[in-house]
Write a new protein. Sequence first.
Length: 307
Amino acid sequence: MKAKIILNPVSGGGVAGKVWKTVQKELEASNTSYDFEETTPDLPARDIASKALENGYKWIIGIGGDGTLSNIVNGFFRNGKPIAKDAIFSPIPAGRGNDFVKTVKVNKNPKLAIKQVLNGAVRKIDLIDVTYTKNDKSKGQYYCLNLADFGMGGEVVYKVNKSNLGKILGGKAVFLLYSFLCLFTYKNKVITLKLGNKEVFSSKSRIVVCANGEYAGGGMWFAPKAKLDDGLFDLLMIKDVGILKAMQKSLKLYQGTVSEDEQVTSRQTNYIEADSDEDVFIDVDGENMGQLPATFQVLPQALSIKC
């Protein structure tokens, strides 16, 4: 089966290019047939993936960070339906956080990663269908591969995307800068959640997480119990905590114990509606995706992956 390789050359601050050189050698050594294409500012990974599938490719290998991998997966669908039902996706990590691959256990070493992809079995995983509100109040839609959150996390991504500092400091430094600033300046918002089982939560909250995978934020272990194929996502609602408590919660995030905290509401669900009277921004796989109101719904077994 001929593969379409999609590379984001700026992923990981340029690391992706070095990853590709190693991957290319392994592909040629294994006599794997492939075509290769890089993203550009005018040609995102999503569009390359969609066009490839329309042209008959059945196997897409993505090289990049979590945002790139997620963008490629969104290219598998059009108008809510898969472009090719038997299409397969394989991820090769080449970003800064590389959180999704931690859950599917793809090795960070590119030589080992491509060998896993070539020899791996195909399995189906869930996605989260996110419907969000745009600036003009119209509705947008995006498929979450790994993790979506709103509240402080969404605020950080929103400010990073609006900032011009990335050209000077670099993407990672700007993200860390705004994460630090928001820790001290973000004002917790009143958020209302309605779950698929009719359960309702309404409280002032710092961040709400919908986790399909286990990790996000460069290794924060949000959801140790999350499974990519159980038809559910893990919901975490960190309530009205201040700066000191928020820092303490951050330590628990890396240990995978934040869901046990008394100031955290934890559930497994397949659907939520989220709303607020304030501006609450949404982050989906590290990308800003509008704001509340929004819905988050599991699409069971929606994507075939090989790794």
